[in-house]
Design a protein around this ligand. Structure first.
Ligand code: UDP
Ligand code: MG
Length: 335
C-alpha cells in the first residue's frame, strides 16, 4: 500500500477513535484494527481524538503516528467529552465513509468488514447493535433500559435497539451530522434523526481491554438528561397538564369547603392540611422551575456560540503547512 497516496488524497475509509486516558489500549487496538482495514478497504486513515488525556496517550499517539502516517491525531486542550470528540473526528475525517469505534476494544474491529459490506450494498448508516451488555454492571444495564424506554415514548426520534456509537457513516451522513450545530450533543439521537438508509449489524460487547470505564453514574445521568432534553419538550409541556389538574382539583376543594362552612359553620382546625398542601405546591413549583432551568441552561449554552472544542495539537503531515487556528473548530459557522 502506498502510504503517501492516502496521506494526500481521499482515503476510502476513515476510522475515528475518541481516546481519553487510553495509553494502555491504543497499540492493542491498532494491532487488531490495521489488518482488518488493510484487508477490507483500498485505503484508510485512523484519526485519534485525544480528549484531554492526562496519561501517556499523546506520547503513544506520537509513536504510532511516526510508525505509520495514516494514523493521525487531534488533541483537545482539555476534556470535552466523548460526544464532542466524535464530532471533531468527523470534522477531520476525509474518507468516503467513516467508522467510529471505542479505543478499549469493547467494539470488535473485525465487525468493520461487515459494516463495509453493508455500505457497499448502499446503506449509509450502518450501526453495530449490541446483543448483550454483560460488560456493564447490572445497575447500569437496568438504568440504560429505563432510559431507552423513556426516550422511546417521549423522544422525537426512535432509537434503534442497542445502537451506539460503533458504526459506519457514509460521507453524506457525515456531512449531515457536521451541519448540526448543537452543543449538547446526544449523538445516538442525532444518528437516528438524520435518517438515511440504515441497518444494524449485531455484535457482542467485549470486556474492556485495559483501564476502567470513563463514565461515572454522574456523567451518565448528565448524558441521559442531555439526550432527553434535546430530543423532547415533554418535560416542559407536562407541567401545563399538571397545572390544569391541580387547579381543577383546588377548585373542587374550594367548593367543598364553601359548602361545608355553610352547612357546619367555621371549622378552625385544618392547620396541618394547610401546611401540607403549601409544601406540596411549593415543591411542584420548584420542580417546574428546575425543569425550566434545565432548558434555559441549554438554550444559554447554544446562544453563547462557543466553539465546540479547542485543539491544542495535531499530528499529521500537513499540519505544518496549514497551521490551524486554535479557535477554528467548529464546523458550523452560521451567520
Ligand atoms: N472517551 C472520551 N472522552 C471521555 C470519556 C470517554 O473520549 O470523556 C472515550 C474513551 O477513551 C473510549 C470511549 O470514549 O474510547 C468509550 O469510553 P468508555 O469505554 O469509558 O465508556 P463505556 O464503554 O463504559 O461506555
Ligand atoms: Mg468502554
Amino acid at each position: 500500500m502506498n502510504i503517501t497516496d492516502t496521506a494526500m488524497g481521499t482515503p476510502e475509509l476513515s476510522v475515528v477513535v475518541p481516546v481519553f486516558n487510553e495509553a494502555g489500549n491504543i497499540e492493542a487496538l491498532l494491532a487488531r484494527l490495521t489488518p482488518v482495514l488493510e484487508r477490507v478497504v483500498a485505503s484508510h486513515e485512523i484519526i485519534f481524538v485525544d480528549d484531554g488525556s492526562s496519561d501517556d496517550t499523546m506520547a503513544t499517539l506520537r509513536k504510532v503516528h511516526a510508525q505509520d502516517r495514516r494514523r493521525r491525531a487531534v488533541s483537545f486542550s482539555r476534556n470535552f467529552g466523548k460526544e464532542i470528540a466524535i464530532a471533531a473526528g468527523l470534522d477531520y475525517a476525509r474518507g468516503r465513509a467513516v467508522v467510529i469505534i471505542d479505543a478499549d476494544l469493547q467494539h470488535p474491529p473485525e465487525l468493520i468488514e461487515q459494516f463495509v459490506a453493508r455500505w457497499r450494498e448502499g446503506y449509509k448508516n450502518v450501526y453495530g447493535s449490541r446483543v448483550d451488555r454483560s460488560g456493564d454492571s447490572a445497575l447500569r444495564r437496568m438504568l440504560t433500559r429505563r432510559f431507552y424506554s423513556i426516550f422511546e415514548q417521549f423522544g422525537e426520534t426512535g432509537l434503534p435497539d442497542g445502537a451506539g456509537d460503533f458504526r459506519l457513516l457514509d460521507r453524506q451522513a457525515v456531512e449531515a451530522l457536521k451541519n448540526m450545530g448543537e452543543r449538547a450533543r446526544f449523538s445516538k439521537g442525532l444518528y437516528a434523526w438524520i435518517g438515511f438508509k440504515s441497518i444494524g449489524v449485531p455484535f457482542d460487547v467485549a470486556e474492556r481491554h485495559a483501564g476502567t470505564s470513563k463514565y461515572s453514574y454522574r456523567k451518565l445521568t448528565r448524558f441521559a438528561l442531555d439526550g432527553l432534553m434535546s430530543f423532547s419538550t415533554l418535560p416542559l409541556k407536562v407541567w401545563t397538564y399538571v397545572g390544569v389538574f391541580v387547579s381543577a382539583f383546588s377548585l373542587l376543594a374550594a367548593v367543598y369547603y364553601i359548602v361545608q362552612t355553610l352547612t357546619h359553620g367555621v371549622d378552625v382546625p385544618g392547620y396541618a392540611s394547610l401546611i401540607v398542601s403549601i409544601m406540596f405546591f411549593a415543591g411542584v413549583q420548584l420542580l417546574t422551575l428546575g425543569i425550566m432551568g434545565e432548558y434555559i441552561g441549554r438554550i444559554f449554552a447554544e446562544v453563547k456560540r462557543r466553539p465546540l472544542y479547542l485543539v491544542a495539537e495535531r499530528l499529521e503531515d500537513d499540519a505544518a503547512i496549514t497551521p490551524l487556528d486554535p479557535t477554528r473548530p467548529t464546523h458550523h459557522a452560521r451567520a
